[in-house]
Design a protein. Structure first.
Length: 195
């Protein structure tokens, strides 16, 4: 309820957000995106961490629910609110990066073979990121599982496919990162943005 109230207030204050300087870095789980985001943070760029993973680490009881085909609406709203807050707080003249974005939540619903909630569909439509989205391609050589990332590589690949589909549906332009070390991936992003 607390997160829902905060989200509702924020949505009323920012009914249509175009945060064109917030660039999403996304891709299937375990393909290296978070490492890239962390390196960008070390270069003092504002970053939004992957709220879903942070929430699952601190609330293991939610992880059990998310491991099924059901995505609790309260969980979905908490993650969405954190992403929305970052979008609205990011300076319009400064470049920022987000570890996943709102369309990822559409993708995860599809992966679970569920229709996305009207809540998340409305939020995705009302809030835009920068037009170019950086994507970490499937890379089995670096893929590992952990207590949060339980999917095998084939399942991670299926999630990746849904993520790509979601961003294309909402008319983002995908830029695939090369399969190279994290520092080179960061340089690729910065070169692409002309920084």
């Amino acid at each position: 309820p607390f997160y829902f109230i905060l989200f509702t207030l924020s949505f009323l204050l920012y009914p249509l957000s175009f945060s064109i300087m917030v660039y999403v870095i996304t891709g299937g789980p375990g393909f290296g995106k978070t490492t890239v985001v962390n390196l960008l943070a070390k270069r003092n760029f504002p970053v939004c961490d992957e709220g879903a993973r942070s929430l699952l680490q601190t609330h293991p009881e939610v992880n059990v629910q998310v491991g099924t085909n059901q995505i609790p609406l309260d969980f979905e709203k908490r993650v969405a609110y954190e992403r929305l807050r970052f979008l609205n707080e990011a300076g319009i003249n400064s470049i920022a990066f987000s570890d996943r974005g709102l369309p990822d939540q559409i993708a995860y619903s599809w992966y679970k073979k569920k229709k996305p909630s009207s809540f998340i569909e409305e939020v995705v439509l009302a809030n835009r990121y920068a037009p170019h989205v950086f994507v970490t391609p499937p890379w089995e050589d670096i893929y590992t599982q952990d207590e949060i990332r339980r999917e095998n590589f084939e399942e991670a690949l299926s999630i990746h496919e849904q993520i790509v589909k979601a961003y294309l549906k909402y008319r983002y332009k995908l830029v695939y990162l090369p399969k190279t070390n994290p520092e080179m991936r960061v340089k690729f992003i910065l070169n692409f943005l002309g920084i």
